[in-house]
Write a protein of this length. Structure first.
Length: 425
């Protein structure tokens, strides 16, 4: 059996030799001769043949390794059409993922290919559907496999997308436009009717439709060295999950905590929200202003379980420094270690995308308060990771890109109000 690595090394030498011919002609500031053109064409023809042979040998190796693994223990003995009874360990899944990530480097061994085959992972494909990969990882085992890429990613995403803890989120299988109908029936109220009296005529509720889009987000390229890819001590899934969670989390936080109108991006939490309270000149934050903001929101909304505050970390620090006439902190009773911080009984969510009271500007929203679940964030469960084999080959690295689609919209902006900085107008 031919060695795929050696075949690719021969291919690389042919391409390098062709490059030398081209560079020589460029140095002489001339076109390629007919003989040189013929040489290069022959080199690339041979290079294509070598690549095809390498792929063929890798496929043979993958099949043989998979067959060997299926026979190596009683727990793995099964017919190909009975893979659902095969137990897949966490190591199987991690090595299958590593095999896919390293496939273009020519450094994947038979054991790794066997594990990938066991899970049904097509290592030759440059794109990996993470939802399908997750399903494959779990459908072949009697118990869920812990800490797969998706669960690690979603867990770490919350650290970089903290406002997600305040708003309402939901997931859809695909990214088609999703109409959401909202009804307003506030004009109909029950009333006392006398015996044999007439019942008031019904006023039809008003309906409006909100359409959730699915904006495509792409991460900046994550470059991973060949040494890191090969190091089995490194949890490659967790490493990439952390990298992508940071990139997407920061992007989503910036989109949600904004004044975006929603025409070319997710609608922002601060878009079109009424400013019910303004600080006085000098922007001194007081208990009275916080109470004014709280009571400016209809009691029907502020008594909902998802009612809460959203503010910058510096603004939250200013709130905690508020003291009574004796200098004793007013809100110390609401700050308990290990729990979500609370203010006037409502949870406090911190996002540094909000304007800071340390640099408030003119008439800028500093605190958002109300039923924050009236803002909904849609995430499409289908996400894809793509492996870039050749882009960084010269530096011994492999690039990875992830694509995901999401959108956010308000269902009811009356449920929230803002406290703004001093309005000089």
């Amino acid at each position: 059996m031919k060695n795929p690595v050696e075949l690719r090394e021969q291919r690389a030498k042919l391409i390098a030799n062709a490059k030398i011919i081209v560079e020589s002609a460029e140095a002489d500031q001339r076109d390629l001769t007919e003989e040189e053109n013929a040489q290069i064409e022959a080199m690339f023809s041979q290079a294509d043949t070598l690549e095809a042979e390498a792929v063929s040998e890798e496929t043979k190796s993958k099949v043989k390794a998979a067959d060997a693994r299926l026979k190596e223990s009683a727990g793995r003995r099964t017919q190909p059409n009975k893979l659902s009874s095969v137990h897949v360990s966490e190591r199987d899944r991690k090595e299958a993922f590593r095999a896919w990530a390293m496939y273009g480097t020519g450094k994947v061994n038979g054991d790794m290919l066997g594990r990938a085959s066991l899970l049904g992972v097509n290592v030759a494909s440059r794109s990996l559907s993470l939802s399908e990969y997750r399903a494959l990882s779990k459908s072949t085992s009697n118990a869920p496999v812990p800490s797969d890429f998706t669960s690690e990613y979603e867990k770490k995403l919350k650290f970089y997308f903290p406002v997600a803890n305040a708003i309402s989120t939901f997931s859809t299988a695909d990214g088609r436009d999703l109409p959401f109908t909202v009804a307003d029936d506030t004009s109909n109220t029950a009333s006392i009717v006398a015996e044999a009296g007439s019942i008031a005529t019904n006023v039809d509720p008003s309906f409006s439709t909100i359409t959730f889009k699915a904006w495509k987000y792409a991460s900046p390229i994550v470059k991973v060295s060949l040494e890191l890819l090969q190091d089995s001590v490194i949890d490659l899934e967790s490493f990439l999950a952390e990298a992508f969670a940071e990139r997407f989390g920061r992007g989503y936080e910036a989109a949600v905590v904004s004044t975006n109108a929603g025409s070319a991006a997710p609608e922002g939490l601060l878009n079109g929200v009424t400013a019910s309270v303004n600080l006085a000149s000098g922007n001194a934050l007081t208990l009275d202003k916080l109470l004014d903001l709280e009571t400016s929101v209809d009691i029907a909304y502020r008594t909902q379980p998802n009612a809460g505050w959203l503010m910058h970390d510096a603004t939250w620090a200013a709130v905690r420094k508020l003291a009574d006439s004796t200098g004793f902190p007013i809100f110390i009773g609401d700050l308990q270690e290990g729990t979500t911080p609370r203010l006037l009984g409502y949870p406090v969510y911190v996002s540094n995308r909000m304007t800071s009271i340390a640099s408030p500007g003119d008439n800028q929203p500093l605190i958002l308060f109300g039923d924050l679940s009236k803002y909904r964030w849609r995430q499409v469960s289908e996400r894809t990771m793509t492996r870039l084999d050749e882009l960084y080959a010269a530096t011994g690295e492999v690039g990875f890109v992830m694509l995901e689609r999401a959108d956010g919209r308000y269902l009811n902006k009356d449920a929230v109000k803002t406290l703004n900085s001093f309005d000089a107008a």
